[in-house]
Design a protein around this ligand. Structure first.
Ligand SMILES: Cc1cc2nc3c(=O)[nH]c(=O)nc-3n(C[C@H](O)[C@H](O)[C@H](O)COP(=O)(O)OP(=O)(O)OC[C@H]3O[C@@H](n4cnc5c(N)ncnc54)[C@H](O)[C@@H]3O)c2cc1C
Ligand code: FES
Ligand code: FES
Length: 479
């Protein structure tokens, strides 16, 4: 079944919009069409959290609450979801939600511009977790900026919610919302708005059909990169094919030797999955954008974006990951290493898409990763490095090293690797090897870091890896 009408639950009702503008953001819809102005626009690029709203999604008869940046999310993605705005939190005038009460009690707001965003991020946390420690609170709030209150009172407000009974009007209404969400039938979406088209197929076979029949299309996954073509560059995307509703691209397969994730799996889901295999992968992902970004952004999108500073890329490269590419006829598997050609150029041809990512599991290896950025949270890397080593009887048997931010593509450090393999695992070996960095990379100066800084950091991270493995101890600011 195909429909040109998106449907979502809001204010305990099903809303229907026929052929909405696929380039319109949820934020514009909320402020201009719904006339709800509690949700603010700060940066319009996903960086400040002022526009945070929460989407309720049905998962096994339960609602999962996801905070998102409405400024960089296209309206059609709310199909089959519940849209929760700051205005929905208090049921009646002068009766605030427990989160709003906590913000008042702990003086968590001054000018108030950032406040709705903070409250909505906390709301998603309050609904999804029965208890939250400092780590969860810091992670939850990492995508929200406040320029006048300072974070301490806001964090105190969040902490105080632990002692609260989590019953609220959303809990009381949950059954009703679940029933409303169930009433919205699963169907493919095809929207025509002026000269713009939007397709959201539910199955791989329908996706392939749409790709065959339509030219000059752009794939949309989480949209945390693509949407900026509209919100920042003031561009116009004529034909969008959303991969995000295709169930077959959201799978996770775990065997003894590898983890395979569909290209539509969100970074937030992936971070929790990879944690028990490669804890440093998890640590890096926790500093990737914000919860709002990772709730929608995908591992597949990060790979295809092919940014030299894409955070997952050096990690996946050092782990010898492979990717599966779906062509119109078949699936081909290639090492990720062969995928990046030049600055943001990949091997992907027109009408092909990334199907999945396969990551080997090597429990006996030493895997470590480091992200160096100007700000700890919600910042882009200046340099990101990843190390995957097999050491036997103090001899380096395998040495995989990959860097982001050091060249026009994320890349392995082959010269250094060659110098390390079959050498003794010693300070002297690493000291000599690090000086070969110029043979592998010639980074550029840019606003994030100078060339010299990048080279020095890259060398120091080699030594840091050595000291951490030899001392069996992490040398981190946050360890
Ligand atoms: C505020 C903010 C903070 C960020 N922080 C970080 C960060 O810390 N680290 C970092 O690495 N990145 C960061 N990013 C960049 C961004 O999150 C990533 O590039 C993201 O992973 C893209 O994934 P997506 O699913 O949102 O992709 P989309 O935006 O949907 O797509 C990106 C591109 O890939 C294509 N594409 C997506 N999936 C497929 C597929 N399966 N097959 C073929 N083509 C596909 C799209 O057509 C598009 O060209 C940040 C972005 C923002 C806005
Ligand atoms: S307005 Fe800043 S994140 Fe959306
Ligand atoms: S209260 Fe003013 S920006 Fe946060």
């Amino acid at each position: 079944m195909i429909s040109n009408t998106i449907q979502f639950v809001h204010n305990n009702k099903i809303f229907k919009i026929k052929n909405p503008d696929p380039n319109k953001t949820i934020l514009d819809f909320i402020r201009n069409d719904l006339k709800k102005t509690g949700t603010k626009e700060g940066c319009a690029e996903g960086g400040c959290g002022a526009c945070t709203v929460v989407l309720g999604e049905l998962k096994e008869k339960k609602i999962i609450y996801k905070s998102i940046n409405s400024c960089i999310s296209f309206l059609p993605i709310i199909d089959q979801k519940q849209l929760i705005l700051i205005e929905n939190l208090s049921v009646q005038k002068n009766k605030l939600h427990p989160i709003q009460n906590a913000m008042v009690k702990f003086h968590g707001s001054q000018c108030g511009f950032c406040t709705p965003g903070f409250v909505m991020s906390m709301f998603a946390m309050y609904k999804n977790f029965s208890n939250f420690n400092d780590e969860t609170i810091n992670e939850t709030l990492s995508g929200n900026l406040c320029r006048c209150t300072g974070y301490r009172p806001i964090i105190d407000a969040a902490k105080s919610l632990n002692s609260k009974n989590h019953d609220d009007h959303f809990k009381k209404n949950e059954k009703k919302i679940v029933n409303l969400l169930k009433q919205i039938k699963e169907r493919d979406i095809e929207i025509s708005y002026k000269d713009r088209k939007y397709f959201a197929p539910k199955s791989l076979s329908n996706l392939k059909k749409i790709i065959k029949e339509n030219h000059n299309t752009k794939f949309l996954n989480g949209g945390t990169d693509l949407s900026l073509e509209v919100t920042k560059e003031r561009g116009d995307i004529k034909k969008i094919i959303s991969l995000n509703s295709v169930k077959e691209l959201k799978f996770v397969k775990i065997t003894k030797n590898f983890i395979e994730v569909g290209s539509g799996v969100s970074l937030y889901e992936f971070q929790n999955l990879i944690k028990s295999y490669y804890s440093d992968f998890y640590n890096i992902l926790k500093r990737y954008g914000s919860v709002q970004i990772r709730n929608v952004g995908t591992l597949g999108g990060n790979i295809v974006t092919a940014s030299p500073i894409g955070d997952s890329l050096p990690l996946l490269l050092s782990l010898d990951s492979k990717i599966k590419i779906q062509t119109l006829k078949k699936i081909i598997t290639i090492p990720l290493n062969e995928f990046f050609l030049s600055y943001r150029k990949t091997k992907l041809k027109k009408r092909e898409f990334l199907y999945s990512i396969k990551i080997p599991i090597n429990k006996q290896n030493h895997f470590k990763a480091y992200k160096i950025s100007r700000r700890f949270d919600d910042d882009i890397s200046s340099v990101c490095a990843s190390f995957n080593f097999l050491i036997k009887k103090n001899v380096i048997v395998k040495a995989n090293i990959a860097y982001g931010g050091m060249s026009e593509i994320p890349k392995r450090a082959y010269t250094i690797e060659k110098a390390l393999i079959n050498s003794t695992f010693s300070e002297e070996t690493f000291f000599k090897a690090k000086n070969l960095i110029d043979k592998d990379f010639s980074p550029i100066d840019d606003m994030r870091a100078s060339k010299n800084y990048r080279v020095d950091v890259a060398k120091n991270l080699i030594m840091k890896f050595f000291y951490e493995v030899s001392n069996k101890k992490n040398l981190r600011v946050n360890s």
